[in-house]
Write a protein that binds this ligand. Sequence first.
Ligand SMILES: C[S@@+](CC[C@H](N)C(=O)[O-])C[C@H]1O[C@@H](n2cnc3c(N)ncnc32)[C@H](O)[C@@H]1O
Length: 500
Amino acid sequence: VTHEPETKQPDPYEAILYPGFPFAQTHPDRLFMIAVLYGLDPAPPEGCRVLEIGCGDGMNLAAMAAGTPGLHGIGIDRAAAPLERGRRYAEALTLPIEFRALDLLDAADADLGDFDYVIAHGVYAWVPPPVQEALLALTARVLRPDGIAFVSYNALPGGHVRRAMRDLLRYHAAGAETPEQAAERAREIARFAGRWQDRTDPYGLALNMELKRIRTLSDHSLIHDDLGDVWDPLSLADFVGRAAAHGLRYVADAERDELKLDRYPTGVEDGIREMVGDDLVAREQYGDLISGRAFRQTLLCRAERTPSPDPQPAGLARLHLSSEHSPDPFADGSYASDIDAACALLAARHPRTARLDELAESAGADPEPLAAALLTAFRRGLVEARTRTARAADTVPERPLAPRLTRLMAVEGGTLATIDHEVFETEDLFFLRLLTLCDGRRDRDELIEKMLESVGSELTVEVDGVALEAAGEDLRDPFTARVDELLDMFVEIGLIVAPE
Ligand SMILES: C[S@@+](CC[C@H](N)C(=O)[O-])C[C@H]1O[C@@H](n2cnc3c(N)ncnc32)[C@H](O)[C@@H]1O
């Protein structure tokens, strides 16, 4: 029996909750996509096993499992109370995931099994060095041979600027008796410092940018992310070195836009490549130092695997491709470039997706040059690549169905998971109520009737900013217009499931 000392401080994440979100960049769909492009052979997301370290309230893992057939997962976190939320969703949706209250410092012997994907988002730079080591040791211990790990952290050199602002906020908030009071004092000094607007000195410009960011933060982000006791940004190269000591190797960044050919101004990427050649980590590190990078989302594989230093066209063969870029052909049917010709093949099928081999076969084209053209088009933002076919509807179905997870979230509040594992936030009660009614059994007219019934009971509804108090026929027109508008919007946001 262990006895907690009586003076034990409450866990900060239990004292002030940190509501979880789906993070698309941590989803196995994304990790699979990037890994295959870099020449690796990760497990397909459907049926994979995921470990989320520092999973908070478990909503990222719950949303992943809800949208990915066969995904099994374990979420661990030191703070026990927030895990209840994830457990509630897992139970309501009978998801094959479990949540365990586990401190990384006690994880060395924990029996967790092994995993295709290990995710630690927003943890590494906020925990002290022994916990950082434990995080990498656990990742290395449980990652399967072809597994992919995601670890995000505050990066340098951008962290230097952020630290200056953090020093200001923490200096002013020192002595606050509660975290809420610390947040209030931090906002106070941020407002004060922000009064000095017309600065043109480099420090002032950088500080004002940071103060602008602070103004948009919720209390829980401000308290945990910016005012917390541990906050240790590090460079990509240092992180990769630490991961290597645990037998893990750098693959790439998890952000899709990092694959874009124009992510830096013309000439920068080529110039860096001239300096360091194929050394991907060095190339990325120069990029960070020149661009002022402040956050990294790093993918790792086991050291025995050798990812390629650049995205490979062959990886596209394992993805679903689509394009809306529909260039005009010349009179003889040819196109200005291979890239235009490849996009035209895809655009002709839009919104359906296609696989590389079927595209090559139907066009009678050689798959290799076609793949090379498509990869360039993808990296220019002209082609979309997905791990699985789209599950979101692109037009309003006769009986719209929002995933059960999203409907449950809509009952609880205004933070919703989209089908593509993104976040959508709204406080609009009409929106939320209508979404909860989209259960695949009601058509548009029934949805309108149901919404009319809601007026005056649990729902206060605004149309064009005017509160509608009374129920009755005169509400039918504005309700009809609003329901139609919202159903279109649900589809656009990706909240409605594509019919089978
Ligand atoms: C900034 S939150 C991030 C939560 C979530 N991953 C997200 O991105 O929204 C950091 C999380 O790490 C957890 N954590 C901190 N120290 C830990 C430790 N020693 N062992 C396990 N979890 C820890 C905290 O309880 C908290 O839930």
